[in-house]
Design a protein around this ligand. Structure first.
Ligand SMILES: C[S@@+](CC[C@H](N)C(=O)[O-])C[C@H]1O[C@@H](n2cnc3c(N)ncnc32)[C@H](O)[C@@H]1O
Length: 248
């Protein structure tokens, strides 16, 4: 194991001091403490990492809005969005993985989420987030991009994942993440908001993605909030979230 870990540690030590990395690595190896969340539409509890609430708090979906969850499966944050919208409005849930999307549909059935009703439309889409966003035009009031990321806690807790890891992983993911965020901004109506989130501790996949896209779009977009939650500091996460507003 030490040989496998050495390049991983070297890569992340670029951004963290010796002490901070040692505390962070230890925290990443433990599952984060979970909380029980109760929804308004069912009394069934949902168990989640408290940090997962932040992207949906930033998005602040309102009843009657049109919301897109671009990378939605397995669906925990979409359930939080349904709850906040009080099953009024339009929620489009997209994911590139058919298997994960099937699981998500099962989760929604288990939690008795209604697919449609008076003033409520819930749709699932299978495919690339970029294609879905390109197809829609600037339609949505709010978009969540809970992007595929390095998920280092998963890598550190799973030997098979650690064996597959390489320093280029975060660089390649950051390229994909920028494309997804860029596509989301184009599918957001002027005045609407986009939340970008990851569970990565790599600055390449967090602040640098947001900055890269903002540099490209210029004054059309404003960064309203940004937060990195690290498990050795806050006993939850890791999670990064940024709230962007499309101005025009
Ligand atoms: C971090 S997970 C999303 C977790 C989910 N939001 C939740 O709260 O349960 C990232 C998801 O992105 C999906 N994905 C990967 N590449 C994608 C792409 N190009 N477009 C859309 N979804 C993608 C993966 O299948 C995965 O389900």
């Amino acid at each position: 194991m030490p040989d496998l870990l050495a390049p991983f540690r070297r890569f992340y030590r670029q951004w963290y001091t010796q002490q901070e990395w040692s505390d962070l690595e230890e925290a990443l190896q433990k599952p984060p403490p979970k909380i029980k969340h109760v929804f308004s539409f069912t009394n069934k509890e949902y168990v989640l990492d408290r940090a997962s609430l932040l992207p949906v708090q930033y998005l602040d979906p309102q009843p009657g809005e049109k919301i897109l969850d671009l990378c939605a499966a397995p669906g925990g944050k979409s359930l939080l969005i349904v709850d906040a919208m009080k099953s009024k409005g339009v929620l489009h849930c997209n994911d590139a993985s058919k298997i994960r999307l099937q699981k998500m549909k099962g989760l929604f059935r288990d939690y008795n989420v209604s697919m449609n009703g008076e003033g409520w439309e819930l749709c699932f889409f299978h495919g690339s987030g970029r294609a879905r966003a390109a197809r829609s035009g600037p339609l949505y009031d709010g978009i969540l991009v809970d992007a595929p990321c390095s998920s280092e806690s998963h890598v550190l807790r799973n030997l098979r994942e650690l064996k597959k890891w390489s320093p280029s992983r975060s660089v390649l993911l950051a390229k994909r993440q920028k494309k997804l965020l860029w596509a989301a901004l184009r599918a957001c109506r002027p005045g609407g908001r986009v939340v970008y989130a990851t569970c990565s501790i790599s600055p390449l996949e967090n602040g640098a993605v947001v900055k890269g896209v903002m540099d490209k779009v210029g004054p059309a977009v404003t960064l309203l909030e940004e937060r990195l939650i690290l498990p050795h500091r806050e006993a939850m996460g890791p999670l990064f979230a940024a709230l962007l507003k499309r101005n025009h």
